[in-house]
Design a protein around this ligand. Structure first.
Ligand SMILES: NC(=O)c1ccc[n+]([C@@H]2O[C@H](COP(=O)([O-])OP(=O)(O)OC[C@H]3O[C@@H](n4cnc5c(N)ncnc54)[C@H](OP(=O)(O)O)[C@@H]3O)[C@@H](O)[C@H]2O)c1
Length: 316
């Protein structure tokens, strides 16, 4: 096990679910209460995207943060959003301005390119984003779901301050492949989906444990040849959780927070889930237990073909 930190990476609030869509049964009031609970609990990093409910998540997040502006001023938290590359690079500025409006803020702290796009040359977009950054519309540029080769290309063109990637026991690959490159180039890592979109709560053993509308049933751990090893990983998590008198979700989250990353984004979608994930602050799992879970995760990872470069098996 190649890990040192005894300190836990801080939690940021991932605001994907607040846009609905993929998270089809998300209630608006739950989103609002979760954001309030996060602010009141001291979370100071909020991560959204233009693509989360076509701007709905940005809007809810921005409006709720604005409600707290008297006690939590704008310069006391990090607000991150993401965009997809439009057809032409000169459309970027109007996209950024739309985010600013929805987020109720004069500037974004971290603006990410949400996904790479193999049909578009990267450099003109990066150059244009650099121009927009210099105008003060956002402070730092980040990339998300980039491969090693694309990150190398991006670094050669402009300053990349953040790299967002999945960091969970079902997807350790990005951290392994991109981590050293990020370290060498002082790029901060933000890890997403520490529970693998909820799978590592161990509540979903087969795809039939989801409602038919829930698109998580299509994720790779429910397919062959992965399913068997996914179940072994869940069993290992449950075993350690029992020993520590906690839940599989908290053990999985603890593992993610022990990785060398700047921030881990939790996807809590109710205030109850948020209060539960905050309990991971008080958990400390010994290295042997973490190693035994990681061994099970390694077995699952070995099944994943080399060409799959993201948790969603998405072709970009
Ligand atoms: N850059 C990207 O492409 C990308 C991709 C994915 C995510 N992200 C970012 O990362 C954030 C977090 O990702 P994520 O939503 O996948 O996070 P996650 O923490 O891995 O999963 C969140 C899900 O886990 C379940 N959950 C949450 N707290 C729980 C608890 N205490 N006990 C049991 N289950 C719990 C909930 O689902 P149920 O209760 O419905 O099971 C929740 O929707 C997103 O909001 C987004 O900001 C970015």
């Amino acid at each position: 096990m190649n890990r040192v930190p005894l300190e836990l990476a801080p939690l940021g609030l991932g605001c994907w679910a607040f846009g609905g869509g993929f998270w089809y049964d998300q209630e608006r009031q739950d989103s609002i209460k979760t954001i309030h609970a996060a602010i009141r609990s001291g979370i100071r990093h909020f991560d959204t995207a233009q693509g989360y409910g076509k701007g709905t998540s940005e809007q809810i997040t921005g409006q709720q943060l604005r409600r707290f502006s008297h006690t939590v001023p704008r310069d006391s938290f990090t607000l991150a959003t993401k965009l997809f590359l439009p057809s032409k690079s000169d459309e970027l500025e109007s996209l950024v301005r739309r985010s600013l409006q929805r987020l109720c803020t004069p500037y974004i702290d971290i603006l990410y390119i949400h996904w790479p796009d193999s049909s578009k040359p990267l450099a003109p977009y990066l150059n244009e984003l650099d121009r927009i950054r210099k105008k003060g519309l956002f402070r730092m540029l980040g990339v998300s779901n980039f491969t090693e080769a694309l990150l190398v290309q991006a670094i050669k063109t402009t300053e990349i301050a953040y790299c967002q990637m999945p960091v969970s026991l079902v997807w350790m690959k990005s951290l392994r492949t991109l981590g050293p490159l990020c370290n060498e180039n002082q790029i901060k890592i933000v890890g997403y989906s520490p529970l693998a979109l909820g799978l590592l709560s161990a509540r979903y053993r087969t795809m039939d444990d989801f409602k038919i509308e829930d698109l998580r049933r299509k994720l790779f751990p429910f397919q062959q040849p992965y399913h068997h090893d996914y179940l072994l990983l869940l069993d290992r998590l449950i075993e350690v959780a029992k020993r520590y008198g906690t839940s599989a979700a908290l053990v999985a989250l603890h593992w993610a927070r022990r990785q060398p990353v700047e921030t881990i984004l939790t996807g809590a979608r109710t205030k109850e889930q948020l209060y539960s994930v905050l309990k991971s602050d008080e958990l400390f799992i010994d290295n042997d237990s973490l190693s035994s879970i990681e061994d099970a995760a390694d077995i699952l990872e070995k099944q994943i073909p080399e060409e799959e470069d993201n948790l969603f098996f998405h072709r970009w």
